[in-house]
Ligand binder design. Structure first.
Ligand SMILES: [Fe+2]
Length: 221
C-alpha cells in the first residue's frame, strides 16, 4: 500500500537534468534547406569547416552560429527552452523536485547567449567519441534528418543495446531513480538541452544516407 499521509517529498539536488522539446516543423524544414544549400557548395563547406574544434569522426562538421543567430524563430525557441530549463531546475530545488512550478522566476527575463552552433552531417561508420563542451553553461542538440533505412536498422538492433546512431549521455553515478547511461534515439524535430559538462557520445550506424544534427552551446548572459 502506498502511504499518502506522511508528507513524503523527494528532492533530487545532485542529479543532472535534461530537458526535451520539439522544434517547430517549419524551422526544421527551413534549416535543412539552408544546410543543403551550404553542403552543396565546396567553398562554403571549406569556409565553415569546424572539425578542428570538435571531437567527432564525422564527415561534415560546419560552423552555423551566424545562421542560428539570424533565424528569429529558432532563437525564440532556444531562449524559451533554456529559460524554462533554468526556471524549472531552480524551482525544483526550492520546492522539493516540483519541476513544473515556475511562478517565482517567471518575471525574471533571463538573458540567454548563443555561444556557438554547428551542423554534424554523419554517414555510415561516423561516430562521436565521449566528450563534453567547454566555454558554455548549456549544450543542446536538435535532430534534423535521419537516413531512410534508419528505423529498420534501429529495430533490428533491439536484441543488442539499441544504440545504432544514438546519442548517449554518461554520468558516473547511479541510484534508484537515476541512471548512469541515458540513450536518446534521434527523431527528426526532437531537441535536448543539458549541462555542458555532461559527457556524451554518438554511436555509428550502417544505413546509407545522412544523419543530421545541429549542436548549440548556450550561456546565461
Ligand atoms: Fe557534443
Amino acid at each position: 500500500m502506498v502511504s499518502n499521509n506522511h508528507d513524503l517529498r523527494l528532492v533530487a539536488p545532485f542529479s543532472p537534468t535534461i530537458i526535451k522539446a520539439t522544434m517547430p516543423p517549419g524551422v526544421v524544414e527551413r534549416l535543412n534547406a539552408r544546410i543543403d544549400e551550404i553542403v552543396g557548395r565546396k567553398d562554403e563547406v571549406a569556409a565553415r569547416d569546424w572539425s578542428a574544434h570538435l571531437a567527432g569522426a564525422v564527415s561534415t562538421e560546419i560552423r552555423f552560429t551566424d545562421v542560428i543567430r539570424e533565424t528569429a524563430e529558432l532563437t525564440d525557441f532556444l531562449f524559451d527552452v533554456a529559460r524554462t530549463y533554468t526556471y524549472r531546475c531552480e524551482n525544483a530545488l526550492m520546492h522539493f523536485s516540483d519541476y513544473e512550478r515556475t511562478e517565482e522566476l517567471e518575471a525574471k527575463k533571463l538573458r540567454i547567449e548563443i555561444k556557438e552552433g554547428w551542423i554534424n552531417d554523419m554517414v555510415a561508420g561516423d561516430y562521436n567519441p565521449a566528450h563534453f563542451h567547454q566555454g558554455c553553461l548549456y549544450s543542446s542538440v536538435g535532430f534534423l534528418r535521419v537516413p531512410p533505412g534508419y528505423e529498420a536498422e534501429f529495430a533490428a538492433d533491439k536484441a543488442r543495446q539499441n544504440t545504432a546512431g544514438c546519442l548517449q549521455f554518461i554520468d558516473s553515478r547511479s541510484a534508484v531513480g537515476a541512471k548512469n547511461l541515458f540513450t536518446v534515439k534521434p527523431v527528426v524535430g526532437d531537441f535536448y538541452l543539458w549541462p555542458s559538462w555532461m559527457l556524451h557520445c554518438v554511436y555509428p550506424f550502417r544505413s546509407p544516407g545522412v544523419r543530421r544534427s545541429m549542436a548549440i552551446n548556450l550561456a546565461l548572459a
